[in-house]
Ligand binder design. Structure first.
Ligand SMILES: [Zn+2]
Length: 420
């Protein structure tokens, strides 16, 4: 079997080998580390992973790209399973308000926050949104992200803008090396027009928007911002159940600020993930563990909102909840594409070990997008999405924080980023 790409002499090859399912408890630490590792690809697929030299059954010739992995740490491509990638504008003008200690829900009530992004996104053309999101995607790739989830949700009641966001995400998925998986999130905020009758907007989402999004094949998932003053548990349930009946997979922004019962709802209706969970109750965490619902944790958002409150990651791990970690890249509460920084936050602030962190952004991140059979670990038959970090070991990657450790990124068997 001829290899088209080989990485040899890898100081630390982190394979995440094992079953194609989200890892829990002690399995989160079982990263399948191989010292002096070698990996071979043919086209976009992995054909060999092992230690030392390639076996005689795998051949190379002049056309094979051979990369030296000495002194490097190699991992599966990182999966960012929660972002608001496509949007207009930016919100640096809110920094002063934040520094004055004004809480997010107050900024929101004053017409700021998401409402200002909604305005900018509505005003932006398809081309403008595409170019802005592409720039972010280029940055994400440089940080080692090879698959990203992208939500709509800045059109809200302006359905045309919702469609425009999803169309941009789909176009980027076609053209950009990074795979972009789309989520419809019309239920991201209560539009001003429906402030006094939010049920009416829920009806519009269910009766008009969801069928159209599903019919046009624009999204794989449906998400809801279940929060005090946004969508109630009952409204979220109705939207997500309707989404499922149209073939969209439910996920949920749950218990970010107030312990509302979002984690419990995620378990009740089998969401693929519940995200944020800063205020999730003990009971909610237990139910998620029981049902195997992935907790998608976003420590960058807690950091940036300066609440001092982070999701109880250690408790979740102990209870057996599968955890993923994502950037939550968005223009308001987490304006960064730097998933490596978020990984350091996950460890330094949420007390996860480097092994748990890398699992959370690879195989568990893949599972958070229903892609654990294709990506997320380096095993024969899987897609060759690989990051080569200029880092002598995994701990160093987490410890030396805030910088970009990426040396090369391989997407579907091709080198798509290389540090100069
Ligand atoms: Zn979000």
């Amino acid at each position: 079997m001829k290899a088209t790409l080989v990485i040899k002499g890898i100081s630390n090859l982190i394979t995440l080998k094992g079953e194609n399912r989200p890892r829990v408890k002690d399995d989160l630490k079982d990263i399948g580390l191989i010292k002096n590792g070698v990996i071979a690809l043919q086209g976009e697929k992995i054909i060999y992973v092992g230690e030392g030299e390639l076996p005689p059954t795998i051949t190379i010739d002049d056309s094979t790209i051979v990369v030296d992995g000495n002194g490097k740490t190699v991992t599966p491509g990182l999966v960012d399973s929660h972002t608001h990638l496509v949007h207009g504008g930016s919100r640096e003008h809110e920094l002063a308000m934040k520094l004055n200690g004004i809480p997010y829900l107050d900024i929101l009530a004053a017409g700021g926050g998401i409402h200002s992004t909604v305005k900018a996104t509505r005003e932006a053309s398809f081309g403008e949104l595409y170019e802005k999101a592409k720039k972010s995607l280029d940055k994400m790739l440089e940080y080692g992200i090879t698959t990203v989830e992208a939500k709509s949700g800045y059109g809200i009641d302006d359905f045309e803008t919702e469609i425009k966001q999803l169309a941009v995400a789909n176009k980027l998925n076609e053209r950009h090396p990074v795979d972009v998986v789309s989520t419809f999130m019309g239920a991201h905020a209560i539009p001003k027009k429906y402030k006094m009758d939010s049920d009416k907007f829920v009806e519009i989402i269910i009766d008009e928007m969801l069928p159209e999004v599903a019919h046009r094949g624009l999204a794989k998932f449906c998400d809801v911002f279940c929060e005090d003053g946004v969508f109630s548990v009952d409204q979220s349930r109705r939207i997500l159940m309707a989404a499922r009946s149209h073939g969209l997979i439910p996920r949920i922004h749950a218990d970010e600020i107030v312990s509302l019962g979002g984690a419990e709802l995620a378990a009740e209706i089998n969401c693929i993930t519940a995200d944020h969970l800063v205020a999730a109750s003990d009971e909610g965490i237990k139910l998620m563990a029981k049902k195997g619902i992935i907790a998608n944790l976003l420590p960058g958002t807690s950091f940036n909102l300066q609440t001092g409150k982070f999701a109880r990651a250690r408790k979740m791990v102990e209870e057996g909840v599968p955890i993923a970690i994502s950037t939550d890249y968005n223009p308001g509460s987490c304006p960064t594409e730097n998933i490596q920084l978020i990984m350091s936050f996950a460890s330094l602030i949420m007390r996860l070990t480097p092994e748990e962190v890398i699992t959370a952004v690879t195989i568990n991140g893949a599972a958070a997008l229903g892609l654990e059979r294709e990506i997320g670990s380096l095993q024969v038959g899987k897609i060759g999405d690989i990051v080569i970090f200029d880092s002598p070991n995994l701990e160093y990657l987490i410890y030396h924080f805030g910088i970009n450790h990426t040396d090369k990124v391989i997407k579907r068997g091709e080198v798509v980023f290389s540090k100069i």
